[in-house]
Every structure is written in C-alpha cells, then in structure tokens.
Design a protein around this ligand. Sequence first.
Ligand SMILES: C=C(O[C@@H]1C=C(C(=O)O)C=C[C@H]1O)C(=O)O
Length: 258
Amino acid sequence: MAKAESNVSDGLTLELIRESLIRQEDTIVFSLIERARFPLNSPTYDKSYASSVPGSCGSLVEFIVKETEAIQAKAGRYENPEEHPFFPDNLPPSQVPPHKYPEVLHPAAMSVNINKIIWDMYFNELLPLFVTPGDDGNYASTATRDLECLQALSRRIHYGKLVAEVKFRDERKDYEPAIRAQDRDTLINLLTFARVEEAVKKRVEKKAMTFGQEVKLGDEGNKGKYKVNPAIVSRLYGDWVIPLTKDVEVEYLLHRLD
Ligand SMILES: C=C(O[C@@H]1C=C(C(=O)O)C=C[C@H]1O)C(=O)O
C-alpha cells in the first residue's frame, strides 16, 4: 500500500512532521490561488441570499461547509485525528469500516479544535486581502474554494498537536514543570524556533511566486504579476498560521499530563 501522507505511524520525528508541514504549504498556496480566480462574491457570505435554501439557516458558505462535512463525516473523514470539522455539532457517524489510526496523541487532543478562530480569521481578515472586489455570480464555486482553503489551513494549524507531542517527548524534563505550573509563556518559549519560522515565511513567499506566476512560452517574462500576492501569503503565515499553530501546541501541552 502507498505510504499515507500521515507520517506518524512509523515513528514520530520533528523532521518528518516538518516535511509534512512543508508539503502542506503547497496545498495552502494552491488553494489560495484557486480561490483568487473568483472575486469577493459577497452574496456567498450573506444570510439573506441563502434564506430560500431548505435546511439552511446561515450563508451559502455555511450551507456548503455543513453539508460537505456531513457527507465527509459519513465517509470517515473525521475518524482521522488530523482532521477537524468546522461544525462538529450533530455530525453523522462514519458509515465506512473503521481504520486503525496510530494512537500517537494524548486523548486530551480531542478537545482542541480552534476552527472557530480559523473561520473568523479567514473570512474577516485574510479573504479581503487576497481577492479582488466584485461579483461574477459563481457563489457555489466560490464557497467550495473557501472550504478547500479552510480545510487546508485547519489541517496545518492543528498539526501543532503532533509538533507539540514530539517536542514534549524529546525534552520531557523541560516541558513537565511548565505543564504542571500551567505556564503558557515558558511553553511558548520552549516550543518556538525563530529561525524555522523565518524560513517558513520566506519559503511560502517563494512558493507563491513560483506557483502563481503566469507561465508563458517565449521570453516575455512574468513582469512581477502573481495570482496571489506573495507578500500576503508570507503575512498569512507570520500573522496567523504560525501563531495559531503555536496556540494549538500550547493548548495541547497544557493537558498533556492530565
Ligand atoms: C511547527 C513548529 O513549531 C513552531 C511553529 C512553527 C510553524 O508554525 O511553522 C515553526 C517553528 C516553531 O516556532 C516547528 O518547530 O516546526
């Protein structure tokens, strides 16, 4: 069987986890590029636009996310501890044969889900920065692209649980006193690697330049035009993705000894 994208089954190492985070950058950058094909399309986010849809009590994007999550839950998506739903209440149970995911994380991991914060960040702060204003009527496609961005960001940010687990195992004697004291500041200091963070921000900027360039035959060049502004991708990581990943790391660690 092909090796799953999850690396945790065959020994948890910081190197393997970082490799996965680097791979996930590709997904995030591409999903932003795909969303940026459409303008803002504000009716997608307007409750009144979707009010005639039976069973919907929110915006079209909420309707698409809830319904898609319900289908994916039945197909077993949320049995994987690396996946987190945006609307966890009333999700239907999985209807597929269970898969035995490796039990790597402490059970307290189950209670860490910061998707509400990711949702608000994405719609209120990030989206207006990287899409053009306007309306082309493609609201369902727009909402589907939003869901892909949200799922990619959520998966990356909640990967912080695995990062925290491996760092804890590697330096248990440093982490344990801070966890017992519920000392968030010390935990943040222990798990922060400033040089890694700088490299992540530079790499995602470069990926946005590489993946988002206009590919032309001949030598017209790209003229510095990108499908998503590389500086915004770097800012997405610096201002939100990395800090939120660290919040997940800390929340997980605070309960690591429960
Ligand atoms: C994820 C890690 O932990 C922290 C968070 C980082 C991130 O979100 O990219 C990078 C470095 C660390 O400060 C890591 O060490 O790789």
